[in-house]
Design a protein around this ligand. Structure first.
Ligand code: GNR
Ligand code: NI
Length: 172
């Protein structure tokens, strides 16, 4: 088990489009396990591979409640094949934008085609928090962050704050 460092804005890797996973082999299974460890340690309810500096189309999610059994979900090469007309609003946060939260409106229900951790094709229909989290993570695979869905003024304030902080970090 390895907890990997999570990259934060303004790291340019977060704006890169991740490449498809080509094979589901033991290296990939190892990466999935490290991502789950990293997500639970953070703690977060989702993590895209690019957040641990691996720009591949892979993400993990667990939206189970505290005290309940863990429900780790793995999505490889996910594609949204249907989005509902009705929308829902959640207050979102992101491990790559620490301590910033904002409401985002997204389709309330999505159907996602993907591979599971055995490399088998699956269809997942999601609503509620899972639908929101899936869309947030799939955005990461396309270099999109939740702050891209809020007002430009708010987004620029957040980016400015993190850019300033990055510049003042001492590099040895
Ligand atoms: O831990 C997380 N919580 C969260 C809350 C609302 C909507 C999306 C998320 S995902 C986030 C973890 C993360 O940054 N995943 O990319
Ligand atoms: Ni995120």
């Amino acid at each position: 088990m390895t907890i990997k460092p999570i990259i934060i804005i303004p790291d340019p890797l977060l704006r890169q489009v991740s490449k498809p996973v080509e094979r589901v082999d033991s290296d990939l299974t190892h990466l999935i396990d490290d991502m789950l460890d990293t997500m639970y340690d953070a703690p977060g309810i989702g993590l895209a591979a690019v957040q641990v500096a691996v720009p591949r189309r892979l993400l993990v999610i667990d939206v189970s409640k505290e005290g309940e059994d863990k429900q780790p979900l793995v999505f490889i090469n996910p594609e949204i094949i249907r989005s509902s007309e009705d929308r829902s609003v959640y207050e979102e946060g992101c491990l790559s934008i620490p301590d910033y939260y904002a409401e985002v409106e997204r389709p309330a229900t999505v159907t996602v085609k993907h591979l599971d951790r055995l490399g088998k094709e699956q269809l997942t229909e999601a609503d509620g928090l899972l639908a929101t989290c899936l869309q947030h993570e799939i955005d990461h695979l396309n270099g999109v962050l939740f702050i891209d869905h809020i007002s430009r003024l708010k987004r620029e304030m957040v980016i400015k704050k993190f850019s300033k902080a990055a510049k003042s970090k001492v590099t040895v």
